[in-house]
Design a protein around this ligand. Structure first.
Ligand code: ME8
Length: 502
């Protein structure tokens, strides 16, 4: 069975999850569900980045700096609970304060040190706590970090350094030889220019910091939080604790990240892996950022959206659908409740929900609720587009392919007018039309399983076509599986029309 190992970033827990964090995690969940349906053995990792100064400062703000572990336990619990409420199907939720991670980081550090890639030096520069990274003077705008709009701190320290520049040529060569390593393409160009022209050796320890993993053999230093955090992708599948498990899953198929952390994932991380003699992940995909009603989402603007608030009103399926439908994956976009409601009304309630309800109603009316005789039909183009979309992380293309079938079915209703066929007693044509419609609805339900798991299951159960757990997507997508004579159950509309106040 092919394996598919995918990861999200591990998030800082200086606050609760935002809709931005949910975006990456939901996208990863769709891929995990898709690959499981394809019959792959999937390992889906997410978790929390706990050794960060940002977390320490958040604890300090509420007077819990002397209870760091307690604070982190509580926050990690909240994050885990949110993913559970969002029905995210992770295989492991990793925390970088867990003991197996400490072992992995120590092993990794020692390997890289033995290779001769760690040396001691002095660093002086600007440090942005928001980024947890040194920033170049030239990148500052009015003396502030452009991402966090805060003044960085001047730091001068004796640190351990990682010989990142030793991997410049190897990295460039690897990226050239593996055009699908960094996706989308636009991001690849950005990284290549960074590696060529700006990349320097990087300081990977702090002597001024108390919270974090100690440098092996030098308790006076803590390991730089990004160096520790990236290693979670190895720990998650057994590095340093379970070599058999590690061999099975590494290298990962996909690291899904936002564009803000691409340098760490596409330059530092692959160089660390090359230094440790480990293979590189197959793909790193950096998606875009979205604004909220046109504004940057930020605590100071007070416009941070809690995904659970959205789910409480519209449900998980609608949130998942909207996020992946509205923003072309890889590009920047905007989130707004008004747009969500527009899409709900026009696409979910009218186009999809209404289609399912009409088809079921007509089956009841003209065939006593029983599925009529088989009719052949070609859906291969939509299915190919759907697979290609999900294989290349183009969720919007996959959704477009599904909607091409939704629209085809609605058009068929309009063209054939089953009520006229019934009136004219064209029974055979009526049966053929309804079988085609019912099968189209079934296929749409199957294709929606990764995107809107609950709605898709409800849809399929209306047709008595709930998939058995051991059947693969390819099997389910063979045309003509609805057995003639089977009784359908119309039930309530899938996406009821919203009550509007106007
Ligand atoms: O960077 N639009 O964690 P973090 C889209 N701990 N995605 C968004 C978003 C938005 N407006 N806001 C947040 C860290 N994200 C490190 C990662 S990994 C070894 C360490 C998502 O809590 C997006 O995935 O700051 C982004 O990359 C991530 O949250 C940053 O999360």
């Amino acid at each position: 069975m092919p394996t598919f190992y995918l990861t999200t970033p591990i998030y800082y827990i200086n606050g609760k999850p935002s809709i931005g964090h949910a975006y990456t995690t939901i996208a990863a969940d769709i891929l995990a569900r898709y690959h499981r349906l394809c019959g792959d053995e999937v390992f889906f990792l997410t978790g929390t980045d706990e050794n960060s100064q940002k977390n320490v400062e958040a604890a300090q703000k509420i007077g819990r700096e002397n209870d760091m572990q307690g604070y982190l336990d509580e926050m990690a619990g909240r994050w885990k609970a949110t993913w559970k409420d969002l029905e995210i199907t992770t295989d492991r939720f990793i925390r970088t304060t867990e003991s197996d991670h400490l072992n992995a980081v120590e092993k990794f550090w020692k390997t890289v040190e033995t290779k001769g890639d760690i040396y001691k030096g002095t660093y002086e520069g600007w440090y942005c706590k928001g980024c947890e990274a040194f920033v170049n003077e030239g990148d500052l705008v009015d003396g502030k970090c452009p991402n966090h709009l805060t003044e960085p701190a001047r730091i001068k320290e004796d640190n351990y350094f990682f010989r990142l520049t030793a991997y410049r040529e190897l990295l460039l060569h690897y990226i050239e030889e593996h055009p699908d390593f960094i996706l989308p393409k636009s991001r690849r160009n950005e990284i290549v220019s960074y590696i060529k022209d700006f990349m320097t050796d990087i300081s990977i320890s702090r002597s001024s910091v108390k919270w974090g993993i100690a440098v092996p053999g030098d308790e006076s230093h803590r390991i730089y939080v990004w160096f520790d955090a990236l290693i979670n992708y190895l720990t998650g599948v057994g590095y340093g604790t379970d070599e058999k498990q590690f061999e099975k899953w590494w290298p990962a198929q996909l690291h899904l990240v936002g564009k803000d952390i691409i340098k760490f994932h596409c330059a530092l991380w692959p160089a660390m892996l090359l230094s440790a003699g480990l293979p590189l992940p197959k793909h790193v995909f950096a998606h875009g950022f979205f604004t909220i009603d046109g504004q940057k989402m930020s605590k100071s603007l007070g416009n941070v959206i809690d995904p659970l608030d959205v789910v409480q009103i519209y449900g998980n399926d609608v949130l998942r659908y909207f996020l992946l439908r509205e923003i072309r994956f890889g590009e920047d976009g905007d989130y707004g409740h008004a747009r969500l409601e527009e899409r709900y009304d026009s696409e979910l309630a009218n186009e999809l929900g209404n289609l399912v309800h009409r088809v079921c109603t007509m089956t009841e009316k003209y065939f006593g609720g029983k599925i009529p005789a088989h009719t052949p039909h070609d859906i291969s183009v939509a299915i190919k587009t759907y697979h290609m979309g999900l294989e290349m992380f183009a969720f919007h293309d996959a959704l477009d392919a599904i909607w091409s079938l939704v629209r085809e079915a609605n058009l068929l209703v309009e063209q054939k007018k089953p009520w006229v066929l019934a009136k004219e007693e064209k029974t055979e044509e009526l049966a053929q039309t309804l079988y085609t419609l019912l099968e189209l609805v079934r296929v749409i339900g199957v294709l929606l399983l990764p995107f809107m798991p609950k709605a898709a299951q409800t849809l399929l159960s209306k047709l008595s076509a709930s998939p058995a757990s051991n059947v693969t997507l390819d099997d389910l997508l063979v045309w003509g599986q609805l057995a003639p004579g089977t009784l359908i159950t119309k039930g309530d509309p899938l996406f009821p029309r919203r009550e509007t106040t106007t």
